[in-house]
Design a protein around this ligand. Structure first.
Ligand SMILES: Cc1cc2nc3c(=O)[nH]c(=O)nc-3n(C[C@H](O)[C@H](O)[C@H](O)COP(=O)(O)OP(=O)(O)OC[C@H]3O[C@@H](n4cnc5c(N)ncnc54)[C@H](O)[C@@H]3O)c2cc1C
Length: 673
């Protein structure tokens, strides 16, 4: 890494030249940096807006899951079997599923070697359990904070290897250069938030051969969100550079607590808390679920099942299924403006046509589970204390005493299955740009729980391998870099300077604009999608974006990072809404983790109003047999393309042939070959 200075637009700016810039400090980005270094690519640095931020470091759940090839137990497993299960989620490319499966054990043991305490027995068997959409026992967990333990282990290795970390550097532009048809990334512009001054606005230029983009999920576009507050996402960067996305329509939503963002899966539901709603000020308390369920047995069983069936799923609504609860929570909070809470202090109470809560009313599955756990205890809290005491402690540590107060909840965005498209080596259509982790959308409609963490580790390892073999060159001279990058870097600086207006009196507009984006997405582009609302929302999103581009003002340079972030989030939400609109206009109905309202469909239950009619995708349907790709072209126009789903490859696995290909360097091919 070499540092120099250059002058752009009259400002003296630092230029950092290096082989690979890794952006972000989540599990995927850190693994990319460690793997690059292990592979001998040492001219690298990590630029992160905040070392302590991001989903990996700050999110977790009841038992945060890591999905990998089954390595113990009686059920035989193979990478092909695992690929088949990943592929079965729908709208996922088969070659990517196969690659994620084939490399999962290697990526997993890499973490084990770095010290992540995944449990094993005395024979060294890394035993697993079954997660959702999993035919074997492929899931493992290091506890509620698995991803945090991963970043801590990877972070220690980054430090040990002396990989430079440029903390508080927020990247705002990817610099690209087009040669013939192919566009490649050549660097980036970041704001050094510790050194923001008037003249250069804190800008730092990166002259890089490769960029690994590990900026995480698009959390900042949602109001109802269980992503940690520190995670906002930066998809707008890569959109603006022309990177192609896939499956943006596919995200996971589920019930989560709001005051402290935590997803309420597993034992939080299996102990069968009481669901209550109140008016905005906390009065008029009601057990609103009682109006919709025909008897206490089905209500209590649906709550119990929500534990295993955490993400909202429109196929689990019918016949008073567990996902009916998500719809009812959404109706109370979004349509009726009420607040919903889980009360662990009391059992659901009967009344009207519902009997009082009694274990004997539960389904045999729920009753046996509680019985075997020794949890047939009087209150939900006592059951939780018996089955999972850390689940209570997590809230205590964040100032919430489940014994003293009910827990406010909402139907929240948790994970984006889609994102930027990568090839087998996680390289995007923009050459030398490698999106890894959640920003890379390898998953399709459904995915096994825990496969997000596997995908992030496999993808970052593959990117590192490819860079080490093919893209290990030194960066160009600063002069050569500037010949290609100066104009774009200068434009970014100009736009920052145009935003600066010492007379700007509207100190609230950054927060207001962000709320507008988030409310639009949570109302139109999240778990419940009304085609009548999506169409106007697309127009509103673009009109906000053009207003921001021309009118966005801030009083001081210190506000520039937030202003650039709003531009990024605004562009991101416009493209997500474009994708949703395109899906709906191709006849797409409910699937994955969202419900599409459809007057010609059926009601979720007879007790819900006509406005709730919905239908699932018919089989076969156009949208289920394709993958939707969305991008911006070089003139800023939205490009939407439905592409065929690639099957799982039938590779020639004859050893001598593979050996020859390997010896001759033919196993590594890029998109151009
Ligand atoms: C509540 C919850 C529970 C989950 N449970 C599971 C689970 O059980 N199993 C599973 O597989 N997955 C789970 N997930 C998903 C999984 O945790 C995430 O997908 C994964 O941690 C994302 O890792 P990442 O490295 O891609 O991004 P992150 O960890 O989010 O890191 C992104 C990084 O990029 C930085 N950054 C962003 N923009 C910029 C910029 N412009 N410039 C510089 N830096 C930037 C951020 O500060 C951060 O350091 C869960 C998610 C949530 C929210």
């Amino acid at each position: 890494m070499k540092k120099s200075l250059t002058t752009i637009g009259g400002a003296r700016l630092p230029v950092i030249s290096l082989n690979t810039l890794v952006i972000g400090s989540g599990a995927a980005a850190l693994n990319a940096a460690v793997c690059l270094h292990e592979q001998g690519v040492e001219d690298i640095a990590i630029a992160t807006e905040d070392w302590e931020a991001g989903t990996s470091r700050n999110a977790g759940s009841d038992k945060q899951t890591y999905y990998k090839l089954s390595l113990a137990g009686e059920l035989p497993d193979s990478a092909l079997r695992m690929a088949v299960d990943l592929f079965a989620g729908g709208s996922m490319h088969g070659d990517i599923a196969y690659t994620e499966a084939q490399n999962s054990a290697r990526a997993f043991f890499h973490l084990v070697e770095l010290g992540v305490p995944f449990p094993h027995n005395r024979y060294g068997a890394y035993v697993g359990y079954k997660t959702d959409h999993d035919s074997r026992q492929r899931a493992t967990s290091a506890g509620p904070l698995t991803s945090r333990l991963m970043v801590e282990a990877l972070g220690r290795e980054v430090k040990k290897r002396g990989i430079p970390v440029l903390d508080r550097h927020m990247v705002i532009t990817l610099l690209t250069h087009a040669r013939k048809e192919a566009r490649k990334v050549i660097g980036a512009v970041a704001i050094d938030q510790k050194n923001i001054r008037e003249d250069g606005c804190g800008f730092v230029l990166f002259n890089a051969v490769n960029i690994v983009l590990g900026t995480g999920g698009p959390a900042g576009i949602y109001k109802a969100s269980v992503y940690p507050e520190s995670q906002l996402g930066s998809h707008g960067l890569a959109f603006a550079a022309g990177a192609v996305t896939q499956n943006l329509t596919e995200s996971q939503y589920g019930l989560a607590s709001l005051k402290f963002r935590w997803n309420l899966s597993g034992t939080y539901q299996q102990v069968i808390p009481r669901y209550i709603s109140t008016d905005a000020r906390g009065g008029d308390e009601r057990e609103f679920l009682n109006d919709y369920f025909p008897d206490m047995g089905r209500l209590a069983t649906a709550i119990f099942l929500k534990g295993y069936q955490w993400p909202f799923d429109p196929t689990k609504v019918e016949d008073y299924g567990s996902s009916l609860i998500d719809i009812l929570v959404y109706q109370e909070t979004v349509f009726r403006g009420r607040r919903v809470f889980l009360d662990f202090r009391r059992n659901p109470s009967g009344g009207g046509k519902l009997k009082e809560f009694d274990f004997r009313l539960l389904s045999p599955e729920a009753l046996t589970y509680l019985e075997r756990s020794g949890a047939l205890l009087p209150t939900p809290l006592e059951r939780l204390a018996k089955m999972n005491p850390p689940a209570i402690e997590v809230f205590k540590a964040h100032g919430i005493d489940l014994a003293g107060e009910p827990l406010e909840i909402g139907l929240c965005a948790q994970h984006n299955n889609g994102g930027f498209r990568g090839n087998l080596w996680w390289e995007s259509n923009i050459r030398h740009l490698f999106p890894v982790g959640e920003v890379n959308g390898t998953h399709g409609v459904r995915r096994p729980g825990g496969s997000a963490l596997n995908s992030g580790q496999v993808g970052s390892m593959r990117a590192a391998f490819y860079i080490a073999r093919r893209y290990g060159a030194k960066p160009p001279t600063v002069k050569a870099f500037l010949a290609q990058a100066q104009a774009e870097a200068g434009e970014t600086l100009d736009s920052a300077r145009k935003m600066l207006d010492a007379k700007c009196r509207d100190s609230d507009h950054i927060a207001r604009t962000r709320l507008e984006i988030q409310e639009r997405m949570s109302t139109c582009g999240a778990a419940i999608r009304d085609p009548e609302k999506v169409k106007p929302a697309v127009g509103e999103a673009w009109s906000l974006y053009s207003r921001l581009k021309s009118e966005l003002k801030v009083r001081s340079v210190k506000e520039l990072p937030a202003a650039f972030r709003n531009l990024d989030l605004c562009l991101t939400h416009a493209l997500y809404l474009e994708a949703i609109h395109e899906y709906l206009s191709r006849g797409g109905k409910s699937r994955g983790s969202y419900l599409v309202l459809d007057p010609a469909g059926t009601r979720p239950c007879p007790e819900l109003g006509e406005e709730w009619r919905f239908s699932l995708n018919p089989r076969p349907s156009f949208v289920d047999h394709k993958i939707l790709e969305v991008s911006l072209d070089s003139r800023g126009r939205v490009v939407k393309e439905w592409v065929d789903i690639r099957p799982i490859p039938q590779e020639d696995s004859w050893f001598e042939n593979v050996w020859e290909d390997f010896r001759e360097g033919r196993i590594i091919r890029g998109e151009e070959e």
